[in-house]
Design a protein around this ligand. Structure first.
Ligand code: ATP
Ligand code: SKM
Ligand code: MG
Length: 177
């Protein structure tokens, strides 16, 4: 994380694995001319370990504790675009820290989201039936993504279209305030 904060994040992207939070987040930050922070990358940088290693060696609860520390710190002092990990919104302290922020839910269906990450090493998909696991996680988390977001966009489109849509929707929300 390079930028020092003076205000609040320009946008905070949430959604399931493969929604494009990292990809679209970086492009949105470029379009807005602000810095970008992916909290998964930030957690790996600060801990000096990979997320798959943390899951394998210490388990998911230990990962969630580290994630909560990193995300709440970033939300409190970073003024660029922030992308969260796919499960971050399920932690109470993170949901509390998201209140009042420009939270954007990148929505994808289970087939699209899973196809985008099937070949990667996301630890939660290390399962005998990863497609079903993905669909289960998405259906459990979807109400929470919706509840924390000020704006929801269809992320099954090309990244530039998603970026343009987010910018327009955030402007509309701000104009309403
Ligand atoms: N809008 C898009 N159209 C096509 N492919 C995309 C799009 N967004 C992301 N991808 C591709 O999908 C894969 C996953 O994207 P990305 O890592 O940005 O997802 P994520 O939401 O950050 O997932 P995670 O929660 O696991 O970090 C990458 O290979 C990326 O290039
Ligand atoms: O959906 C999840 O719970 C996760 C998504 C990734 O972004 C990482 O934060 C990690 O692999 C866990
Ligand atoms: Mg990501």
């Amino acid at each position: 994380m390079t930028a020092q904060a003076t205000g609040r994040p320009a946008a905070v992207l949430v959604g399931p694995m493969g929604a494009g939070k990292s990809t679209v987040g970086r492009a949105l930050a470029n379009a807005l001319g602000v810095a970008f922070c992916d909290t998964d990358d930030e957690l790996e940088r600060r801990s000096g370990r990979s997320i798959p290693d943390i899951f394998a060696a210490d388990g998911e609860p230990a990962f969630r504790r580290l994630e909560a520390e990193v995300v709440t710190d970033v939300l409190g002092r970073f003024d660029g675009v922030v992308s969260l990990g796919g499960g971050a919104v399920m932690t109470d302290t993170i949901r509390e820290a998201l209140a009042g922020h420009a939270v954007v839910y990148l929505r994808v269906g289970a087939d699209t989201g899973f196809a985008r990450v099937a070949a990667s090493d996301r630890p939660l998909l290390a399962d005998p039936d990863p497609r079903r696991r993905y669909a289960d996680l998405l259906s459990r988390r979807e109400p929470t993504y919706r509840a924390v977001a000020a704006v929801e966009v269809d992320a099954a489109r090309n990244p530039q279209t998603v970026v343009d849509d987010i910018r327009a929707r955030l402007q509309a929300v701000r104009a309403d305030q």
